[in-house]
Write a protein that binds this ligand. Structure first.
Ligand code: ADP
Ligand code: MG
Length: 319
């Protein structure tokens, strides 16, 4: 569906160019749930904005290419595009729930108008009352009552606002939904409800969901494939079950090792330290400073992401 080839994207700052996505090659397949995991500051949100083709607020793509193919499941018609033109597909083929999106809703407009304004023409056929009823039915699936439509955002709880945003993103029946930490900061019950809705919608529409979460438990539960981001690089990508069962990169292993397990008596080992600065990243493997297995070569040469098993790639010299 979307292919990134050797993509470099980031932000110009007075000191340096911060390459938050640095030479990333990644394929997003049709009809899958792809997870993107990794610590904060590793470039997940920048990668999502690159997939969305949102080059605003100082984000620039300086190398590589992003191409997309969007196939309508009913007509079989395919539209091809590239990141610079994805904007034409927003809220039609591609929808996006940005991180920290609580503030995306307009505070001085009732929710119904905001939803209707966001819809493409094809969703607005029929009478206003019919459209309202369809929206009401759809929101009900998210546990949102009709009164939400006649409310201003500030009258809703954080969890409700977030559900409204996810609902708008899904209501347009896009081929691709990009959701960046859509449930972070919500309580566990609401979190679960939103994630289950996203999965249900993806199955029903047979579309693609790219989900960013720093919570590996979420990925384990719902994603088909997972990509692990570290310091602007994708260091491992593969089927989620394979990655959890046999992680190929020491960083992935450390993230999984830090997960709490049922019945586990000993404490899980967390990962010390922080990812390196992206303004001046170290030479060689970017994880070397924190890697218990790092050897001389790790600090000299940056390994490319290569397939080590069918569909399972890793950027580690030794595995
Ligand atoms: P993540 O989503 O994994 O936390 P981000 O993509 O948000 O990572 O950020 C990656 C890096 O890019 C960080 O070092 C962050 O400080 C930097 N960054 C993000 N947005 C901007 C911006 N608008 N201007 C400058 N640097 C930015
Ligand atoms: Mg982020």
């Amino acid at each position: 569906m979307i292919e990134l080839k050797n993509v470099r994207a980031g932000y110009g700052t007075p000191d340096a160019f911060v390459a938050a996505v640095d030479d990333v090659t990644l394929t997003v397949h049709d009809n899958e749930i792809l997870g993107i995991a990794g610590e904060s500051g590793c470039g997940k949100s920048t990668l999502m904005r690159t997939l969305y083709g949102d080059f605003s607020g100082g984000l620039k793509m300086t190398a590589g290419e992003v191409t997309g193919r969007f196939t309508d499941p009913d007509s079989g018609r395919t539209r091809e595009s590239d990141a610079a033109r994805f904007q034409d597909l927003w809220w039609d083929q591609i929808s996006y729930v940005p991180q920290g999106s609580m503030s995306v809703l307009n505070p001085i407009m009732k929710v119904e108008k905001q939803i209707v304004d966001a819809l493409p023409k094809r969703e607005k056929q029929g009478s206003k009352a019919e459209l309202r009823q369809r929206i009401v039915d759809f929101l009900a699936g998210f546990g949102l009552p009709e009164t939400v439509l006649d409310s201003y955002p500030h009258q809703l709880s954080g969890g409700m606002r977030q559900r409204v945003l996810v609902a708008i993103a899904a209501f347009v029946r896009p081929r691709l939904i990009l959701a960046d930490e859509p449930t972070t900061a919500l309580d566990v019950v609401v979190q679960k409800r939103i994630l289950l809705m996203l999965v249900e919608i993806q199955r029903r529409l047979k579309n693609t969901l790219v989900l960013v979460s720093h919570d590996l438990g979420v990925h384990y539960q719902i994603t088909d494939r997972i990509a692990i981001a570290y310091a602007g690089k994708i260091v491992e990508v593969g089927p989620t079950a394979d990655v959890f069962e046999a992680p190929l990169h020491p960083y992935t292993e450390a993230l999984i090792g830090a997960l709490p397990r049922v019945g586990q008596k000993s404490e899980r080992v967390g990962l010390d330290g922080r990812p390196p600065s992206l303004a001046a990243p170290p030479q060689g493997c970017r994880f070397a400073a924190r890697c218990p297995e790092a050897q001389a070569i790790c600090r000299q040469k940056s390994p490319p992401l290569v397939d080590k098993a069918p569909n399972h790639a890793s950027a580690c010299h030794f595995r």
